[in-house]
Design a protein around this ligand. Structure first.
Ligand code: ADP
Ligand code: MG
Length: 253
């Protein structure tokens, strides 16, 4: 099996609060993992450690064969320099709950900024890629608009296109539809589904159970900083083994 993401015995505390209490998880290339769990269970922190936005206290994470934030030499671990970390991070797309678009830049400029600045791509090439991606998320005609001129659903589709512009090997989504009005959720989930069907490796934190059922290869249920159970959607969603999973599902379904 080719694991795109390998997470081993990851612990993370903030002060005296242990937020990740020994996480082990593998995500195979081309698979979609949906992470469910109550607020405060550590889902965002887990995503942030995969992108090295948070440093782990112990354990390790590798993405596409490379340790996140570290390199190994003669069985010793060395921390990567900031520049190397930034480079690693460009291979991991991150889509946030609140879109996080640059408000003073047009849609097109939002998409080409990182490829030009971080990957040194020629502007022409970056713009051609950006326009192709905007077409893919159904927003070709919005290239020159500013984020505040778009609906929340459109902004999130731009944010997804922006993440794709770096040609990431892995995409992380942190509650991508939680900030949207209900009628705008579907258009964003459709874009994510489309990516899933094209074999993009993704970890998606969401409370959208229907999406999980339809798209996930693996559903992970977290509570209290631990993975309580994981498996195919039909198992975890329809035949949960743990009382905590059942209690959670009865609230969100
Ligand atoms: P979830 O995404 O599942 O709601 P989080 O990973 O955001 O959970 O948070 C898990 C716990 O860690 C919460 O109790 C939260 O308050 C705490 N936490 C998250 N980030 C920080 C931080 N930077 N500093 C201190 N505590 C944090
Ligand atoms: Mg969260």
């Amino acid at each position: 099996m080719s694991a795109m993401v390998e997470i081993r015995s990851v612990h993370k505390s903030f002060g005296s609060a242990e937020v990740l209490r020994g996480i082990d998880l593998e995500v195979a290339a081309g698979e979609v993992t949906v992470v469910l769990g109550p607020s405060g269970s550590g889902k965002s922190t887990l995503l942030r450690t995969i992108n090295h936005l948070e440093k782990v206290d112990s354990g390790w994470i590798s993405v596409d064969g490379a340790l996140v934030g570290y390199r190994r030499s003669k069985e010793k671990l060395y921390e990567l320099r900031e520049r190397e970390i930034l480079k690693q991070r460009t291979g991991i797309g991150f889509v946030f709950q609140n879109f996080n678009l640059f408000p003073h830049l047009t849609v097109l400029e939002n998409l080409v900024e990182a490829p030009i600045a971080a990957q040194r791509r020629p502007r022409k090439e970056a713009e051609a890629t950006a326009r192709r991606l905007l077409t893919r998320v159904g927003l070709a005609e919005k290239a020159d608009a500013y984020p505040q001129q778009l609906s929340g659903g459109q902004q999130q589709r731009v944010a997804i296109a922006r993440a794709l512009a770096l040609e990431p090997t892995l995409l992380l989504f942190d509650e991508p539809t939680s900030a949207l009005d209900p009628e705008l959720v579907g258009e964003v989930l459709d874009v994510i589904k489309d990516l899933a069907h094209q074999g993009t490796t993704m970890i998606v934190v969401t409370h959208e159970i229907g999406f999980a059922r339809e798209v996930a290869d693996t559903v992970v249920f977290m509570d209290g900083g631990r993975i309580v159970e994981q498996g195919p959607p039909a198992q975890v969603l329809d035949h949960p083994r743990h009382a905590r999973t059942r209690a959670f599902l009865s609230k969100v379904l």
